[in-house]
Design a protein around this ligand. Structure first.
Ligand SMILES: Cc1cc2nc3c(=O)[nH]c(=O)nc-3n(C[C@H](O)[C@H](O)[C@H](O)COP(=O)(O)O)c2cc1C
Length: 382
């Protein structure tokens, strides 16, 4: 795709995704809840940070590697779980996971992914984490966790900011439901992107491979998707998190936390990591921007837990800012999703190339040669 080499930043990839996707699918990926105030605040928080670069440091060589959960990652970046990515392009989960493996960073597979736990392990490899949505059907959730264990996923990441779906009004307006309901309006929308529509026809409506078998007697995507929506467990609480900690033998991360007191309790339960996240502005509109929530959480649990952050990362320099404010690494959702929607694996790779290049540049420009050298001394006002 010639345009891909002319995508100089994540916003360019976002524009390419917008040109490739029907409006309803693009809006589902791109949008946030209600007035999208938190969606915007996430970006503004990163853009507000001002740096105090050091000069006259020999930065001919910089090293972006770090240790993350006892293993080397090539960058302080991991992929956040994104459900239904395959509606942007067939096998987008595999495309993004392969790109992550090539870059030597962890990939998180969503409960609501289109590719199964086992298929991603087989076809992509690399460092894999599995994201669990608490489901009312505890037995089924336990089966998913067991499958992730058997497939050698190194971490379980449980998402706790979705007791109920956020109110995403772009989806209402576009009559977007998962999977697609063919209304006159969305058939026109799909027809406006013939290459996308042809791929859909050729590959069929993406399945939700992890959840087949969840609904008795049904392999049908429509039935499964409806069932999942009704089966999110709003009663999931500290006791249930403790039970998960007691049974999952590997690294356990909790995603969707913005309060230091919650993070403290997560540390007391013996979890390994916390992801400061507001679900990319898709859940509670009015929730604090994650970068604004990060310092208090890093102060409270930084010595006990690995602190990760997502929501709004669009520049490699954002990773440097987050590390300066106390995170070990950032996670990204839409950046690689835009790339994969526009151009599959090469688009996801392009997103990571852009972020890696920007991070290395920012490190050199700040006079830092290693991730461990990034700290609060680089922040204006400190
Ligand atoms: C289309 C889409 C689907 C998502 N699906 C999930 C999911 O299944 N599980 C989950 O924990 N988070 C999900 N998220 C949230 C992401 O994991 C992540 O928190 C968010 O995208 C980070 O913000 P960013 O997109 O600005 O990087 C989804 C986000 C998007 C955009």
């Amino acid at each position: 795709m010639p345009e891909l080499s002319r995508a100089y930043n994540i916003e360019d990839l976002r524009c390419l995704a917008q040109r490739s996707l029907p409006r309803s699918v693009f809006d589902f990926f791109d949008g946030g809840a209600e007035d999208e105030a938190t969606l915007r605040a996430n970006r503004e928080a990163f853009q507000r940070v001002r740096l105090m670069p050091k000069v006259l440091v020999d930065v001919a060589n910089v090293d972006t590697k770090l240790e993350l959960f006892g293993r080397v990652a090539n960058y302080p970046v991991a992929i956040s779980p994104v459900g239904a990515a395959g509606f942007g392009r067939p096998d987008a989960d595999i495309a993004i996971a392969r790109a992550a493996a090539k870059f030597g960073i962890p990939f998180t597979l969503s409960t609501a992914a289109n590719a199964s736990i086992e298929r991603v392990a087989r076809e992509a490899g690399g460092r894999l984490w599995f994201q669990l949505y608490p489901l009312k059907d505890h037995d089924f959730a336990a089966k998913l966790v067991e499958r992730a264990r058997q497939a050698e996923y190194e971490a379980l990441l449980v998402t706790v900011d979705l007791p109920v779906g956020g109110k995403r009004e772009r989806d209402f307006r576009n009559q977007f439901t998962l999977p697609f309901r063919y209304t006159g309006r969305n058939v026109l929308d799909f027809a406006s992107r013939p290459a996308w529509a042809l791929r859909l026809l050729r590959h069929g409506v993406p399945r939700m491979e992890n959840l087949e078998g969840f609904v008795p007697q049904s392999e049908d995507t429509a039935t499964i998707a409806l069932w999942v929506g009704k089966n999110l467990d709003a009663s999931f609480d500290w006791n249930r998190l403790k039970a998960l900690r007691d049974t999952w033998p590997r690294k356990l991360l909790v995603k969707g936390v913005v309060r230091a007191d919650d993070a403290e309790r997560i540390a007391q339960l013996g979890c390994d990591g916390v992801v400061v996240s507001n679900h990319g502005g898709r859940q509670l509109d009015g929730a604090i921007a994650t970068l604004d929530a990060l310092p208090a959480i890093a102060r409270a649990v930084g010595s006990k837990l690995t602190v990760l952050i997502d929501s709004g990362v669009r520049r490699g320099g954002d990773a440097l800012k987050a590390c300066a404010l106390g995170a070990q690494a950032v996670m990204i959702g839409r950046a690689t999703l835009y790339g994969a929607s526009a151009a599959g694996e090469s688009g996801a790779l392009r997103a990571l190339e852009i972020l890696a290049d920007e991070l290395e540049r920012s490190m050199r420009l700040c006079g830092t040669r290693a991730i461990a050298e990034i700290g609060p001394h680089l922040l204006a006002g400190n």
